[in-house]
Design a binder for this molecule. Structure first.
Ligand code: IPM
Ligand code: MG
Length: 368
């Protein structure tokens, strides 16, 4: 079998510390599971700007196209705030998503039993929660044209962004959501703002059509995004799969993350279309950002990144058993009472990023 190739892009801030914990797991897998990954490193975001004057060097894109999968840390930091728009670290992230064609972003929000009390919501509201947010990732207002800031004849300035979706863009993300629901609890809630935005009237119409044509076994419902935000904190367990536009998905997934106790707990997978050779472009990253305030302090929660790697094993390498091992190791470490600062609770042991990483490897050792 050909070696499995993984490109690691640590990025900025805590991205460096959290991806380093995945390396420990990869080393462990080589030793104890006899799985060899061929790892390459690359630069993205502010780190790439510092080295090469661009947040997305051509070499990074070339390496991303070559690898079977990409694992990304996070991008951004206050030292880059004054850069021109096209040099900002976030352009690197949006650029790689677009150039790899990663239109489907899967953001599962799962509440572990050990962390039920870490949520700001009541335990009965979140215990056992397991929902999947499917965010469209390469279209919508993030990429629509025209865009920009212009100066009007009277000297005022005007900012413009455009929300667009085509039939095909809607249908392909819809299929991802319906297919996932088939493997879960058979329910999809499509979130839009069809009471106001024509673009999302089309979104709703196409979701309904696709459902009738190919997925009548799935229960499809629709919700306006403002109501969805409210329902996510009122009664999140009513959802199974939520499918929505790029920007609504960005916002709702941060909201869903907090149901799990911390933004530091949410992994994600971004997937493209499978090509004729059966290859599917894929990038895995934690939902959280670069957290400049705690960067370099060995304080960040590495679990979202560790679980993103588990998603990578599941979706890119068809290694469900190893993915389960990693997820179970995470559960065991939490059950054992170890907590990074963001999920610290009374009576638990506060540990650093690296101690958390070591503890996961120790748990893995006990499991095989
Ligand atoms: C996310 C982030 C990004 C986004 C930023 C960093 C560009 O918030 O992945 O959710 O808006 O997509
Ligand atoms: Mg976001």
């Amino acid at each position: 079998m050909a070696a499995k190739t993984l490109l690691i892009l640590p990025g900025d801030g805590i991205g460096i510390e959290v991806t380093a914990q995945v390396r420990r797991i990869i080393d462990w897998m080589a030793k104890r599971r006899n799985v060899a990954f061929e790892i390459t490193d690359g630069l993205i975001g502010g780190a790439a700007y510092d080295a090469h004057g661009t947040p997305l060097p051509d070499a990074t894109i070339a390496a991303a196209h070559k690898a079977d999968a990409v694992l990304l840390g996070a991008v951004g930091g206050p030292q880059y705030d004054d850069l021109p728009f096209d040099k900002k670290p976030e352009r690197g992230l949006l650029g790689i998503r677009k150039q790899m064609g990663l239109f489907a972003n899967l953001r599962p929000a799962v509440v572990f039993d050990a962390l039920v009390d870490a949520s700001t919501l009541k335990p009965e509201v979140v215990s056992g929660l397991d929902i999947m947010i499917v965010r469209e990732l390469t279209g919508g207002i993030y990429f629509g044209e025209p865009r920009g800031i212009e100066t009007l004849p009277d000297g005022q300035r005007k900012g413009v962004n455009t929300l667009t979706y085509t039939t095909e863009e809607i249908r392909r993300i819809g299929r991802v959501a319906f297919d996932l629901a088939r493997k879960r609890n058979g329910k999809v809630c499509s979130v839009d703002k069809a009471n106001v935005l024509e673009c999302t009237i089309l979104w709703r119409e196409e979701m309904i059509k696709l459902h009738q044509e190919e997925y009548t076994d799935i229960e499809l419902s629709h919700m306006y995004v403002d109501n969805a935000a409210m329902q996510l904190v009122r009664n999140p367990k009513q959802f199974d799969v939520v499918v929505t536009t790029n920007m609504f998905g960005d916002i709702l997934s941060d909201c869903a993350a907090m149901l799990t106790g911390s933004l530091g707990m949410l992994p994600s997978a971004s997937l493209g279309a499978t090509d004729a050779k059966g290859r599917r472009p894929a990038l895995y990253e934690p939902v959280h950002g670069s957290a400049p305030d705690i960067a370099g302090k060995d304080m960040a929660n590495p679990l979202a990144t560790v679980m993103s790697f588990a998603m990578c094993l599941r979706y890119s390498f068809d290694m469900a058993e190893d993915a389960d091992l990693i997820e179970n190791a995470v559960k065991a470490v939490l059950k054992g009472g170890l907590r990074t600062a963001d999920i610290m609770q009374p009576g638990k042991a506060k540990v650093s990023t690296s101690v958390m990483g070591e503890a996961i490897v120790r748990e893995l050792d006990k499991m095989v």
